[in-house]
Design a protein around this ligand. Structure first.
Ligand code: NAI
Length: 247
């Protein structure tokens, strides 16, 4: 219950899906959690749920594609809770288009939200921990599409592949400061990002060995483990949570 007591962790994309479940589970292990999201009312609801259950949480409205907003989020967190021990860089979007329609705007939007956000969270997060003399963990959400190519996902493939390498490269340099950097690479998770097309979702479910979409709780439990001391020998790696997706 109290493995993460005294730890202060920011979860981006915490209003929904994987981030919401991670915020709940991190809090369940005793961490204080800042639920950060573009969707302020959703983030507020998750923080309230945590506080009502006896945990410690606050919410914060952020656009993760903007470096200055991530810096402000991390400064605010450290000020409010007195320390800062890590961030789950998880907020993300998809924007599926055939490559010949992948105009610069559609390309850059996904790179900004899914990739640059991770750099900002790592950079400002690590700097804050070093400034405070704190140790901690950074977990980044990649995807199976960080290693497997998918039709219509040139922007997303590029962003998530970068996230895999950023976890590795960041881990290499931050280890000496007592900061671990790790990633998760989810398969197809039953969250709003998949949209409403049931036929498409059934197809994706069929890509898994059990033939079902994966529940966001299953990714969150791996993320939560990665924040604990039990995972202290895992560094730089991106852990697949994909029920045997093999392509
Ligand atoms: P979701 O749509 O349930 O949650 C994403 C959250 O990110 C939402 O609350 C949304 O408001 C927030 N968000 C989006 N853009 C934002 C921005 N600019 N600033 C702040 N917040 C923003 O989706 P899910 O599935 O929980 O996604 C979480 C992460 O998991 C994403 O990085 C996604 O790419 C990744 N992922 C999801 C998979 C899936 O099948 N659901 C598979 C592989 C990776």
């Amino acid at each position: 219950m109290s493995e993460l007591k005294g730890q202060v962790v920011v979860v981006t994309g915490g209003a929904s899906g994987i981030g919401k479940e991670a915020a709940l589970q991190l809090s369940g292990k005793g961490a204080s959690v800042v639920v950060a999201d573009f969707n302020e009312s959703g983030a507020k609801e998750v923080a309230e749920q945590i506080n009502q259950a006896g945990g410690s949480a606050a919410h914060y409205k952020v656009d993760v594609s903007k470096g200055e907003e991530i810096k402000a989020l991390i400064d605010w967190t450290a000020e409010k809770f007195g320390t800062f021990n890590g961030i789950f860089n998880n907020a993300g979007i998809g924007l599926v288009k055939p490559f010949l329609e992948m105009d610069p705007e559609s390309y850059h939007r996904v790179i900004d939200v899914d990739q640059h956000s991770v750099y900002y969270g790592m950079y400002y997060g690590a700097k804050k921990m070093v400034e405070l003399g704190a140790t901690g963990t950074i977990v980044n959400t990649a995807s199976i599409y960080g290693t497997a190519a998918a039709v219509g996902s040139f922007n997303y493939n590029a962003a998530k592949a970068a996230v895999v390498m950023m976890s590795k490269s960041g881990a290499l340099e931050l280890a000496e400061h007592g900061i671990r950097v790790v990633g998760v690479a989810p398969g197809f998770i039953d969250t709003p990002i998949l949209g409403d097309d049931q036929e498409a979702k059934d197809y994706l479910a069929g890509q898994h060995m059990r033939g079902e979409l994966i529940k966001p709780e299953k990714v969150a439990s791996v993320v939560t483990f990665l924040f604990t001391d039990a995972a202290s020998a895992i560094n730089g790696q991106t852990i697949p949570v994909e029920d045997g997706f093999l392509s």
